[in-house]
Design a protein around this ligand. Structure first.
Ligand code: ADP
Length: 194
């Protein structure tokens, strides 16, 4: 299954992505994690994205595609993937589609984790106190939510029109969310099979 997650910062994409990946036996590929690894390893990509990420702005499409291309292609050949953090704009979705289509790697399901804004802010402020992530401070959190609303939310309409969108209420306890995600995905998978 080739799946991507859409959700605001704090919606629980990372947590659910890991669990979905484990359940279906496919890799979890997180654009944010891959970029943070470049920063930690001080690669040239890492140096070029560090300040952008610290501000909570989007890294350029070229760099993100560059970082993701190999792992996504390899996973697609091998049973599928759970993509987390990409695409983040309609432009990224369009380019990714063109690249992936020819090799049979394009996305089958876009899973939206729906969480109200007040709950997101509550979670993010709490996470910022624990995680030490440099983009989890209150000002940057607000900015990341604005970036999400402006650039990423239009993806919901994009995937809805393409009949790929599955929405799950992400404001319930983590285990309940995982359970309903898996139930929904099993339904979708049966549709692919049938
Ligand atoms: P969150 O969704 O909680 O903000 P992520 O780990 O997904 O966290 O992303 C952290 C940062 O990494 C983003 O604010 C952005 O700077 C960069 N990033 C990750 N994925 C992308 C992407 N697809 N396009 C552009 N920038 C990205």
């Amino acid at each position: 299954m080739r799946l991507l997650l859409i959700g605001a910062p704090g919606a629980g994409k990372g947590t659910q992505a890991v669990r979905i990946a484990e359940h279906f036996g496919i890799p979890h590929i997180s654009s944010g994690d891959l970029l943070r690894r470049h920063i930690a390893e001080e690669t040239s990509i890492g140096r070029s994205v560090r300040d952008t990420m610290r501000r909570g702005d989007l890294v350029s499409d070229g760099i993100v595609m560059d970082v993701l291309r190999k792992p996504v292609e390899a996973a697609a050949r091998n049973g599928g993937y759970v993509l987390d953090g990409f695409p983040r704009t309609v432009e990224q979705a369009e380019v990714a589609y063109l690249v992936a289509r020819d090799i049979g790697a394009s996305v089958q399901v876009a899973l939206f984790l729906d969480v109200p804004r007040e709950e997101l802010i509550r979670r993010l402020v709490a996470r910022g106190q624990e995680s030490g992530r440099t983009d989890d401070t209150e000002d940057v959190i607000k900015h990341r939510l604005e970036v999400y609303e402006e650039h990423t939310m239009p993806l919901l309409d994009y995937y809805q029109r393409r009949e790929r969108l599955v929405t799950v209420n992400g404001s319930r306890p983590m285990d309940e969310v995982t359970w309903s995600v898996i139930v929904q995905l099993q339904k979708v998978r049966r549709e692919f099979a049938g």
